[in-house]
Design a protein around this ligand. Structure first.
Ligand SMILES: [Zn+2]
Length: 234
């Protein structure tokens, strides 16, 4: 039975109730190489699990990318300049990181976590996200396949983390708050960075990842309680 406390995720982010902080430009700069990192999609947990690792440094602290998954209909709700009446994006991708430059620094993933949350909307004019398209194609038909095929459970693939983030020009626009994992064990050890700018994506890059059965359940929103949401922009 999970312990659910007072710092759960996701939440509704209302821009005019967030706190602007002064951070240098490029403070959050997940500058992955752009190479496809090897790993596998686990059909049971519905996570892409990295087996090849890259990290980025935030305020002197390295964070290594460990997992990636999708939500069909975003988990975080946003009320911002683009969507003053509120908005729930078509998709949300979560890149989960643990502390250090290698998984050996936190093999069981029990330490602090950092998740980058990117909201996406379907747009027929979006640029193709190559590793997303390839992973999407591999998952086509597999998720709903008869049990025999499901039992493979792991689908090898390569993922370029940049395909699941906004374009670099949007990296300076984010919200930060302290929250939890949105799947079991719902541990309250996640620093969330949710990007403000909705990113365009081709439906054909994501339709099996999110919405095709490979997506994770989207959790309801939780109260902010005593927390503050920080934001990086005016
Ligand atoms: Zn998630």
């Amino acid at each position: 039975m999970p312990i659910i406390g007072t710092q759960q995720s996701p939440i509704k982010i209302v821009k005019n109730k967030t706190w602007k902080i002064d951070v240098p430009e490029g403070y959050l700069y997940p500058n992955y190489s752009g190479n496809e990192l090897a790993g596998h999609f686990d059909l049971e947990s519905k996570n892409f699990v990295f087996e090849q690792f890259e990290h980025f440094v935030l305020d002197g602290q390295p964070w290594v990318v460990r997992k990636l998954h999708f939500h069909d209909l975003a988990e975080h709700r946003l009320v911002n300049d683009t969507y003053p009446a509120g908005h729930r994006a078509d998709y949300e991708a979560h890149l989960l990181h643990t502390m250090g430059t290698s998984p050996d620094d936190d093999p069981d993933g029990t330490g602090p976590k950092l998740v980058l949350g990117t909201l996406f909307h379907r747009d027929a004019g979006a640029e193709q996200r190559k590793s997303a398209e390839k992973l999407n194609a591999k998952l086509r038909g597999v998720v709903d396949a008869p049990r025999a095929k499901m039992e493979q459970r792991r689908i090898s693939a390569g993922v370029n983390p940049l395909d699941f983030l906004p374009k670099p020009e949007d990296w300076n626009f984010w919200y930060k708050y302290e929250g939890s994992l949105t799947t079991e064990p719902f541990s309250e050890d996640v620093s969330w960075y949710v990007f403000d700018r909705d990113t365009a994506v081709l439906e054909s890059d994501f339709d099996n990842l999110a919405g095709g059965g490979a997506e994770q359940h989207s959790r309801t929103v939780y109260a902010l309680d005593r927390r503050y949401i920080l934001r990086s922009f005016a």
